[in-house]
Design a protein around this ligand. Structure first.
Ligand code: AKG
Ligand code: FE2
Length: 453
C-alpha cells in the first residue's frame, strides 16, 4: 500500500510513523506555484496507514483512501493521534454536488497542531486555510478611510491632571466617551521605554520557533494564563488572523511560572502600570458623570484585569479575513497599547475610522459594562482590526478592567436614573454576564442588547 502525502505544515525533522522513520523533507514539490509543499512516499505496514498530523486535510492527498488509525511522533514529542477516516468521508457534498469541507475537523486539527497563525506563516503558506475566510458581505470594503475621518479619534493630554487643567481633561474625556467611546491619551505617566519593552517582549515570545511556543499553546485558564489562536475559534463562523496570550490578574494572581519567561516580567509590570493608570481614568470618568471620583473603584472595577497580548502576523490574503472581527469590549474600560503598524478601526456612524498609532500613546475605550452602569451616558463602540498586510507583525496589548465581585448585581447606577431618563438595562450579576459573553462568538453589540429592557 502506498500513500502519497503532501504536507505543508510540518517542521524539518524525523517523523516516526507506525514503526517507520522518515527523513523530512523528502523532496520538494516540482510545482513552482506551490511553495514549500513537501511530498513523502511512505510504505506503512499493510494493516495500518498514515496521516501526518497536518492541520489541513486539503493539503493532504491520499492516493489510496483507507480507513486508518495513526500515531505520529517527532522525537519524544507527541504530535497527534487520531482515528482517521477515508478522504471521501472527510469531504461534505452540498446540494449542488460540489465538495465542501468538514470545517469542524479542520479547525480542530489546526488547534491540535498548536502552531498558531504565526506557525502557518512560518511554514511558508501563500493562501490562508479556508476556515479563516470570512463571507464576502462581512469583509471590510477596500475603499480607504475617508480623509475627513482621519482625526476623528481625539488625543487627550493628561499632563497637569492634578492642577487646574483637570476640569479640561475631565471634559475632553467625558465628551469623547459620550460621542465616540474611544480616545487616545498622551503624558499618561507610563514611560515610553516601558511601552516599547512590553511590546518587544510579546513580539519576542511570538517570534520564537513554533516548537517552543506550542508548549504553551492551550485554552484552559485554570492557571490564569493561556496562549492560543482566537479564544472563540470553536464558536466563530470564521477565524481571524492573530495569536493571543491571555492573562488574568487580580484577586487570584496568575501562576507566574506558566507565563512564558521571555515576557513574564514585562507583562506583570505592565499590569502594575495600567492598574495605577486605570484608577486615574476611572476617577476622571466618574467626575465626568457627576459621581464621586471613587465610585467605580467602589464597584470593584479595578480589582480584576484580563490582559490579552495579541500578535497579528503578516497575512498573505488580508482581504479575505480579519485580525479581529467587529465587537465591543465586555468590561468597564479597556487600556490598549499598540505598536506602529496600525489596523485598529472604530465604527463611527456607518463608517470605520482608523485609530492611528501615536508613539507613546495609549488607546482607551469604554466597555459594555460602563455603558450599562452609566445608563448610556458613555458609549461602548464597535471596533475591529484589519488583517495585517505588512511583513512586520502588529502587536497590541489590551487590558480589560472587570468587576471582581461576580455575584453582586450590576445595572444603571441609581444616581444616573431619573423620571426623565429611566433605567435602560435590567440588573444582572457579572457571572451571568460573562456566561453570556463566552457562550457566543465575538460579535457586534449583542451582549449589551441582551440586557436592554
Ligand atoms: O488589537 C487591537 O488593537 C484591538 C484588540 C481588541 O479590540 C480586543 O482585544 O478586544
Ligand atoms: Fe476590543
Amino acid at each position: 500500500m502506498i500513500i502519497l502525502l503532501k504536507c505543508r505544515f510540518l517542521s524539518v525533522g524525523t517523523y516516526k510513523c507506525v514503526g517507520l522513520s522518515v527523513p523530512f523533507p523528502a523532496r520538494r514539490s516540482s510545482n513552482s506555484n506551490v511553495k514549500l509543499i513537501h511530498m513523502l512516499l511512505l510504505r506503512p505496514s499493510s494493516s495500518t496507514s498514515l496521516y501526518l498530523g497536518s492541520p489541513f486535510p486539503q493539503s493532504i492527498v491520499i492516493l489510496r483512501p483507507v480507513n486508518y488509525q495513526f500515531h505520529v511522533s517527532k522525537g519524544s514529542r507527541f504530535l497527534s493521534t487520531q482515528a482517521g477516516r477515508t478522504r471521501r468521508k472527510m469531504g461534505i457534498t452540498n446540494s449542488n454536488g460540489e465538495q465542501t469541507y468538514d470545517r469542524t475537523t479542520e479547525v480542530k486539527q489546526f488547534d491540535d497542531s498548536k502552531i498558531g497563525v504565526k506557525g502557518l506563516v512560518d511554514s511558508g503558506i501563500t493562501s490562508i486555510p479556508r476556515f479563516f475566510v470570512h463571507p464576502p458581505e462581512t469583509l471590510p470594503s477596500v475603499s480607504p478611510t475617508p480623509k475627513s475621518f482621519s482625526d476623528v479619534i481625539p488625543t487627550v493630554d493628561l499632563s497637569g491632571i492634578t492642577s487646574n487643567r483637570r476640569i479640561i481633561i475631565v471634559d475632553q474625556i467625558r465628551e469623547a466617551s459620550h460621542e465616540l467611546g474611544f480616545f487616545q491619551i498622551i503624558n499618561h505617566g507610563i514611560p515610553s521605554g516601558v511601552l516599547n519593552r512590553t511590546i518587544a517582549a510579546v513580539k519576542g515570545f511570538n517570534e520564537q520557533p513554533t516548537e517552543v511556543k506550542s508548549w504553551y499553546y492551550g485554552r484552559g485558564m485554570s492557571r490564569g494564563v493561556a496562549f492560543s489562536t482566537n479564544f472563540d475559534l470553536f464558536q466563530s463562523k470564521a477565524a481571524s488572523w492573530r495569536d493571543t496570550i491571555q492573562l488574568r490578574f487580580g484577586s487570584v494572581a496568575p501562576d507566574y511560572d506558566s507565563i512564558p519567561e521571555i515576557c513574564r516580567k514585562e507583562l506583570i509590570e505592565w499590569d502594575q502600570h495600567i492598574t495605577r493608570l486605570g484608577e486615574t481614568l476611572m476617577e476622571i470618568l466618574c467626575e465626568g458623570l457627576g459621581l464621586d471620583a471613587g465610585k467605580l473603584k467602589e464597584l470593584m472595577c479595578l480589582d480584576e484585569r484580563i490582559a490579552v497580548a495579541h500578535y497579528y502576523p503578516y497575512c498573505p490574503q488580508p482581504d479575505l479575513t480579519y485580525g479581529i472581527t467587529s465587537h465591543t469590549d465586555p468590561g468597564a474600560l479597556t487600556v490598549l497599547v499598540q505598536n506602529e503598524i496600525g489596523g485598529l478601526q472604530v465604527k463611527h456612524g456607518e463608517d470605520w475610522v482608523d485609530v492611528k498609532p501615536i508613539a507613546g500613546a495609549l488607546v482607551i475605550n469604554i466597555g459594555d459594562l460602563l455603558q450599562i452602569i452609566s445608563n448610556d451616558e458613555y458609549r461602548s463602540v464597535e471596533h475591529r482590526v484589519l488583517a495585517n498586510p505588512f511583513p512586520e507583525a502588529r502587536v497590541s496589548i489590551a487590558s480589560f478592567f472587570n468587576p471582581s465581585r461576580r455575584e453582586d448585581l450590576y445595572g444603571p447606577l441609581p444616581e444616573l436614573v431619573s423620571a426623565k431618563k429611566p433605567a435602560l438595562y435590567r440588573q444582572f450579576t457579572f457571572n451571568e454576564y460573562l456566561r453570556r459573553f463566552f457562550s457566543k462568538e465575538l460579535d457586534g453589540k449583542s451582549l449589551i442588547n441582551y440586557f436592554k429592557f
